[in-house]
Design a protein around this ligand. Sequence first.
Ligand SMILES: C[S@@+](CC[C@H](N)C(=O)[O-])C[C@H]1O[C@@H](n2cnc3c(N)ncnc32)[C@H](O)[C@@H]1O
Length: 350
Amino acid sequence: MSRAPVVAAMEGSGFYNRNSSLQAAGIAAVLPLWEAAIQSADPGGGDLVIADYGSSQGRNSMLPIRMAIDALRAKVGNNIPVQVIHTDLPSNDFASLFKALEEDADSYMARNSHIFPSAIGRSYFDPIIPAGRVTLGWNSWTLQWMSRTIEAPDHVFARFSNSPAVVDAVAKQQADDWQRFLRARAFELRPGGKLLSLFVADDPGHRSWRWIGGEFWGAIADMGDSGLLSERERLSLTFPTNARSLEEIEAPFLNDGQFAGLRIERLELMKGSDPFWGDFEATGDANKLGQSWADTMKAVFKPTALRAISPDRNGEELVEELFSRFASRVAASHQEHEHYLAAVVLAKSS
Ligand SMILES: C[S@@+](CC[C@H](N)C(=O)[O-])C[C@H]1O[C@@H](n2cnc3c(N)ncnc32)[C@H](O)[C@@H]1O
């Protein structure tokens, strides 16, 4: 078990924006919680600041940010300037984000004035915005990414490893990362500010992502068995992403209901939907189902997979082969994807 730094953002050139309907469906499910968080936030007397933590290429942030702008302005006045800060890793495709802000019909910039978007390309595990500035924080589908990789010898998602040492190391890293994220956001939120985080969640039966994760590991193992991936490459193909349970999300708040001046207002576990299953049921097209899953996984994991391949080999070709084998396995074992989401709304003490 070794540890390597985590680097990769999502697949660039707008590929994540075009292949993130799974994530968009999860976001739609938490919008009622987001609306309640916006309504109960204290907008304060100055400019409004909305932070989007882990924005990727921005498409999925348009609706929640528009909701926040509209509701806050309804409270404090239509001409109040709003600063929107999108944050992500330095390797993120920010160019696609700014293009979407200008060109997408759904952009929160459309039909709005006095909106000032900007971006920060730094990891959010430390403070990245000055103290007490943020009125509302939005954070969807990011905290499954750990600040570093914990390699598993037997699965692409380390939490499914048969090694108790690997599973424990993941749980510890996830706990440390969550506390670091909370401390940094507590610093940045203004008193009365709110933050919503949408997590990839573990369910009590540990079924969340088991089929898709199992087929991805199957594709890696196939390529290893065919001599196409070395032992080192197989190990490096542990994706640094893991689900959290509700208990793990609540853990920092157990002592007196507070952590770093934040408290939990709402915490919910939800069953996620499968955006591709309806189409499969209507058409019976298993190859299309396999391709939809391959594109969804490629949008998120291709840059990470490329980094796992030794630099002296044709990484692009090998990684394309990996996603193609994964697509075939998904087509052959087609079933409805089972996954869970957790949403937490946090309030900064006034
Ligand atoms: C699956 S995408 C989610 C994008 C978008 N929020 C959505 O809901 O569709 C995860 C994003 O989290 C970002 N991310 C991962 N670790 C991060 C970190 N430490 N700091 C900032 N962003 C991070 C990734 O670069 C990626 O863009």
